[in-house]
Design a protein around this ligand. Structure first.
Ligand SMILES: Cc1cc2nc3c(=O)[nH]c(=O)nc-3n(C[C@H](O)[C@H](O)[C@H](O)COP(=O)(O)O)c2cc1C
Length: 194
């Protein structure tokens, strides 16, 4: 089997961890995997892969420019491959939180969909599947102003306001289930091999 390519774009590093987690999850199930940072110049040839997973984080309602550029450049080959897009953000935490009011969750989901749609329209491509993944609050990595802003947003979103440490909000088992479903969508016979 040709390898699965995982392309990621990150600002504070959490989406790289998400990509590495997925790579490990797939390798444990004997899938060959390659990781690629969308910022790297040495681009892989997409026709050498069986499927592509793309993960990018959200800052000020936008995904990374380098992800948009990667997709725009590769959209023709991407359109021929099974693909999934993972949008990593703080808002995804509220969207998946069953203790939050349904209206708030739906509104958050609609906003996240709008952000991803903007990326897809700009890059003129659409993934087979999209997933919204809760990211991380990296308080110790932010400058004082960003820390202050993120604390206010976190309070609004019901996330931790303890700025003395970082907070990983990703639901790893839920992410694994998404990856499993994605792989099963194009390689059902290989799912059993895991
Ligand atoms: C300056 C800044 C702006 C952000 N803007 C948003 C936003 O508009 N919507 C959102 O849901 N999360 C936002 N976040 C949260 C990030 O999406 C979240 O921390 C994510 O895990 C970052 O991933 P990364 O470490 O891969 O860059 C923002 C974070 C920072 C630091």
């Amino acid at each position: 089997m040709k390898p699965i390519l995982i392309v990621y774009a990150t600002r504070e590093g959490h989406t790289r961890l998400v990509a590495q987690h997925i790579a490990e999850f797939l390798r444990e199930r004997r899938f060959p995997v390659e990781l690629y940072d969308a910022r790297d110049a040495d681009r892989p040839r997409l026709d050498g892969f069986s499927a592509v997973l793309l993960a990018a984080s959200l800052h000020l309602a936008k995904h990374e420019k380098e992800m948009e550029q990667f997709i725009a450049r590769e959209r023709r080959v991407l359109a021929t491959l099974p693909s999934a897009f993972l949008s990593v953000s703080l808002s995804a935490t509220a969207a998946h939180d069953s203790t939050r009011a349904l209206e708030h969750r739906l509104q958050t989901l609609r906003e996240l969909e709008r952000c991803s749609e903007r990326l897809f329209e700009k890059a003129r491509w659409r993934p087979g599947q999209t997933e919204f993944v809760a990211g991380a609050l990296m308080y110790t990595h932010y400058n004082p102003l960003v820390r202050w802003v993120m604390k206010r947003i976190a309070r609004k979103e019901g996330a931790s306001t303890d700025t003395t440490r970082d907070h990983v909000l990703t639901d790893w088992p839920a992410l694994d289930r998404f990856v499993e479903r994605f792989v099963a969508s194009f390689a059902p016979e290989l799912r059993a091999a895991g």
